[in-house]
Ligand binder design. Structure first.
Ligand code: AMP
Ligand code: ZN
Length: 497
C-alpha cells in the first residue's frame, strides 16, 4: 500500500490515519435503502459516495467486505405505520412484493450509475432471529424492559452504565433530549421519552409480524443494522457509513444497542455523507422535494431544461466532497455535462499520443507525473474527489495542448506517457467509476453501431435529396433516444448522452 489514507471520523470529529483491525482487510457497513418507493437522487448521491470509497479502498489493496442492507421492516412513518405496510396498502400489493419491486428498481438504478454491488446485501426480514437474540442480550444486561409485548431500550440506564456515552456521535446530551421530548406527546408505555423501541408488539391488523418471547411483533428499525453488522462483520469492525441525517437517532441508537448487547464497540470509523439539496432544501421523500434519476435521464422535470445521463450525474457528484452539501441546479448540471464531455475527449486524445522525449522528462513530462500523483494524494486525504478532479483537469489541459501541438511531446518520455495512460485510466474508470458513455453504449456495441451506420446513411441521403422532413424526423428521433450526432468534415459522428 503506497501512501497513508486519512479518513474523517464523525465520532472523533477529526481526520485519522486509517488502520483496519486486521491488516489488509476492511469491513464496511453502509445503511441501505428503505424499499417502499423509488430511490431519489439524494439517496443515489449517498450510495455513489460510498461506492467511490469502496472502490478506493480496493484500489489501495484492501480486501473489502462491503455490507449494505435492505430495510424491509420496522421503519415507521411519522404516524407510526410501517413504511412497507403503507406502500402495500397504497399499491394493493403484499409488503414483500413492495420490497421486491423497489429492491429491483434500486439495483437497476445502482447499475445505471455504475455502482458496484456490495458483497453482502442482507434484508431485515431475513434476520429476525438475530434481532430477537440481540433484544434478549440487551434485556439480560438490564438495559431494556418489556411493556405489553414491546421492548424498550432504557437510555438512562445505558447512559449511567457507560458514564454518559449516549449521544457521543451526534453530540446530543441526554438531559437536553429529555427536556426537548417532554414537550412531545408522551408515549405511555415508555419509562422515559428518550427510550426507544427495539421490539414492537404487533397490534391486530399489522401485517409484518413474527413470534418472539414477548409475543407477536416486529423489530425496531435501528436494531437491524446492529444485528446484521455484527453478524457479517463482527462485534467490532472498521467502517460504518450512511447519510448524516441518520446520525441521530438511527446511528446513535445502533451504537447503544451494540454496546448494550455485548459491551463492544461496533464501528471504529463513522463516515457520513452530506445531503443533496434541491433549490436549497434537503431532497426528501417526505417533503416531496425530490427528483428521480429517471426524470433527469429523460429531462422530464420542471427543474431541468435538458436531459442528463447517468455518467454526467456521477461526474456532477464527484465535483463535490462527500462531506459537503451539494445543490442540484440546472446550471450546475449543464456545467457537469460540459466537464464530463471534455474529460472523455481528453481521455481519447491521450490514447493517440506518444512521448517523443528521451529517458529523462522535460518540464511537461514532470508536470504530468506530479499532477497524477497529486490526484491520488487528494484521494488519500479523506477521498477528496473534487480536488483530485481539479488535478485531473490540469492534466486535461496539458493533454489537449500536447495533442494540439501547443506543448511538445519531445518534453515527455514515452515511459511517462504510457504510465499516465494506465494511472489516469485507473483513476477515472476503476476509482471514480466513470464510463465513457460513447464507448460503453456506442462503439463497443456492435448491433447499435450497425444500426447507427444505417441511420446516418439514410440521413445523409435525405439531406442530399433535400428531404428536410425526413432528415428532421431522424434528428428528433435520435435526440429522443439520447444520441447526439455531430457533423464534421469527415462525415457525421455520434455519441450517446
Ligand atoms: P432511506 O431510504 O430514506 O433510508 O435513505 C437511504 C440513504 O439515503 C440514507 O443513507 C440517507 O441518509 C440517504 N439520503 C436520504 N436523503 C438524502 C439526501 N437528500 N442527500 C443525500 N443522501 C440522502
Ligand atoms: Zn442502518
Amino acid at each position: 500500500m503506497s501512501q497513508e489514507l486519512t479518513i474523517y471520523n464523525s465520532m472523533t470529529r477529526q481526520k485519522e490515519v486509517f488502520a483496519p483491525l486486521v491488516e489488509g482487510h476492511v469491513g464496511l457497513y453502509v445503511c441501505g435503502p428503505t424499499v417502499y418507493s423509488d430511490v431519489h437522487l439524494g439517496n443515489c448521491r449517498t450510495f455513489t459516495s460510498f461506492d467511490i470509497i469502496y472502490r478506493y479502498l480496493m484500489h489501495k489493496g484492501y480486501k473489502v467486505r462491503y455490507v449494505r442492507n435492505i430495510t424491509d421492516v420496522g421503519h415507521l412513518t411519522d404516524s407510526g405505520e410501517d413504511k412497507l405496510s403503507k406502500g402495500a396498502r397504497l399499491e394493493k400489493l403484499e409488503p414483500m412484493e413492495v420490497a421486491q419491486k423497489y429492491t429491483n428498481g434500486f439495483h437497476d438504478m445502482m447499475r445505471r450509475f455504475n455502482n458496484l454491488p456490495p458483497n453482502i446485501e442482507p434484508r431485515a426480514t431475513g434476520h429476525i432471529i438475530e434481532q430477537i437474540e440481540m433484544v434478549q442480550a440487551i434485556m439480560d444486561n438490564g438495559l431494556a424492559y418489556e411493556v405489553n409485548g414491546s421492548v424498550y431500550f432504557d437510555v438512562e440506564a445505558y447512559n449511567r452504565k457507560t458514564e454518559g456515552d449516549y449521544g457521543k456521535l451526534s453530540g446530543r446530551k441526554l438531559d437536553e433530549l429529555l427536556a426537548e421530548s417532554r414537550e412531545l406527546k408522551s408515549q405511555d408505555e415508555k419509562r422515559n421519552p428518550s427510550d426507544f423501541a427495539i421490539w414492537m408488539n404487533a397490534h391486530e391488523g399489522h401485517i409484518l409480524r413474527w413470534n418472539s418471547p414477548w409475543g407477536e411483533g416486529f423489530p425496531g428499525w435501528h436494531l437491524e443494522c446492529s444485528a446484521m453488522s455484527t453478524k457479517y462483520l463482527g462485534q467490532e469492525f472498521d467502517i460504518h457509513g450512511g447519510g448524516n441525517d441518520l446520525k441521530f437517532p438511527h446511528h446513535e441508537n445502533e451504537i447503544a444497542q451494540n454496546a448494550g448487547s455485548c459491551g463492544c464497540g461496533g464501528a471504529r470509523y463513522w463516515l457520513h455523507t452530506n445531503m443533496l439539496l434541491m433549490n436549497g432544501r434537503k431532497m426528501s421523500k417526505s417533503d416531496g422535494n425530490t427528483i428521480t434519476p429517471q426524470q433527469l435521464f429523460t429531462g422530464d422535470s420542471e427543474h431541468v431544461s435538458d436531459s442528463y445521463s447517468p455518467m454526467v450525474l456521477r461526474f456532477f457528484m464527484l465535483q463535490t466532497h462527500y462531506r459537503s452539501t451539494m445543490d442540484l441546479t440546472d446550471t450546475a448540471l449543464q456545467a457537469a455535462k460540459k466537464g464530463y464531455g471534455r474529460l472523455m475527449e481528453a481521455w481519447k486524445n491521450l490514447q493517440s499520443l506518444e512521448g517523443k522525449g528521451g529517458a529523462q522528462n522535460g518540464t511537461v513530462g514532470r508536470e504530468l507525473e506530479e499532477l497524477i500523483e497529486g490526484a491520488y494524494a487528494e484521494m488519500d486525504d479523506d477521498f477528496n474527489t473534487p480536488k483530485a478532479l481539479a488535478k485531473v483537469f490540469e492534466l486535461v489541459s496539458r493533454i489537449n495542448a500536447l495533442k494540439g501541438g501547443q506543448l511538445s511531446l519531445e518534453e515527455v518520455s514515452p515511459k511517462t506517457l504510457e504510465a499516465l495512460k494506465e494511472t489516469l485510466g485507473t483513476l477515472l474508470f476503476d476509482v471514480f467509476g466513470l464510463q465513457d458513455e460513447g464507448v460503453a453504449a456506442g462503439a463497443d456495441n456492435d448491433a447499435l453501431s450497425k444500426v447507427m451506420d444505417l441511420v446516418l446513411d439514410l440521413r445523409a441521403q435525405a439531406r442530399a435529396d433535400k428531404n428536410w422532413t425526413l432528415s428532421d424526423q431522424l434528428r428528433d428521433a435520435l435526440k429522443e433516444a439520447g444520441i447526439t450526432v455531430k457533423d464534421g468534415k469527415d462525415g457525421a459522428t455520434w455519441t450517446v448522452g
